[in-house]
Design a protein around this ligand. Structure first.
Ligand SMILES: Nc1ncnc2c1ncn2[C@@H]1O[C@H](COP(=O)(O)OP(=O)(O)OP(=O)(O)O)[C@@H](O)[C@H]1O
Ligand SMILES: [Mg+2]
Length: 234
């Protein structure tokens, strides 16, 4: 049984359909990348999985539960956390406050979890009383990821975690993503740094114009000359 299954998702804004029946799966423990051109509907798909958009048709099943049309709040309780493409931190709060916000639904003492996040991102521990708005792009992204991890998700959704970062920081964010995955968290991520992302993903999906264009193991996607030419910049 897959951890996440989206089947035939039709979704959009206002009266306009952006996704015309998109499907994907994430197995437990996997890293899966979604790639494709700007405007393909990648973020729309993620929002539809997380309940920020109600699919007009199709089904989202997580951990054998049909969560189609559920609110993000209920979906978080099921074990999915989402880091949006933009505005994914509270700039006026400190790093620590941001992380504590992430734990808002935890009923237990979350100090141990905070420690775990700080061991994963030592830079954040050193600056825990700094306002998040003062941080560099890379550090902000770590705060956003850390906040999502405060809730022990089974599946983490990352929308372009490396966007706008210098190459060294892209690498760092990807290393952290791999570390998180090694703790047993499955990851579904959207990436423009597609080649780099596919190198450590297990599988990938190419989305274009609101439709599934191609799906395979990362190895096969990377070695497919036509996909390379069309979607990976040659
Ligand atoms: N809130 C919105 N209201 C109306 N249209 C939207 C909204 N958000 C996105 N769209 C439109 O939906 C289409 C798909 O957008 P989406 O953000 O899903 O693409 P994407 O694949 O994530 O692109 P990018 O790589 O630029 O992030 C685009 O045509 C976009 O203009
Ligand atoms: Mg997007």
């Amino acid at each position: 049984m897959s951890l996440l299954e989206a089947n035939g998702i039709v979704s959009g804004y206002g009266g306009i359909d952006i996704l015309h029946g998109v499907s994907l799966k994430v197995e437990p423990g996997e890293i899966v990348s979604i790639i494709g051109p700007n405007g393909a509907g990648k973020s729309t798909l993620m929002k539809s999985v997380f309940g920020l958009l109600k699919p007009r048709s199709g089904q989202v099943v997580f951990n054998s539960t049909d969560i189609t049309g559920w609110s993000p709040d209920r979906i978080v309780h099921q074990g999915i956390c989402y880091v949006p493409q933009t505005e994914n931190i509270f700039p006026s709060l400190t790093i620590q406050e941001n992380l504590e916000m992430g734990a808002y639904i935890r009923k237990d003492n979350f100090r141990h979890k905070l420690e775990e996040i700080y061991s994963l991102f030592p830079d954040l521990r050193n600056r825990k009383n700094t306002r998040a708005g003062k941080l560099s792009g890379g550090q902000r992204q770590m705060v956003a990821m850390g906040r999502a991890l405060m809730l022990d998700p089974k599946l983490l959704l990352l929308d372009e975690p490396s966007a706008g970062l210098a190459p060294k920081l892209v690498e760092l964010i990807f290393e952290k993503t791999i570390e998180v995955n090694k703790t047993g968290v499955a990851i579904l991520m959207i990436e423009q740094n597609a080649r780099e992302a596919l190198r450590f993903s297990h599988r990938g999906y190419v989305l274009a114009a609101g439709e599934n264009r191609f799906e395979d193991t990362s190895e096969n996607i990377l070695s497919n000359p036509e996909i390379g030419r069309l979607y990976l910049g040659g």
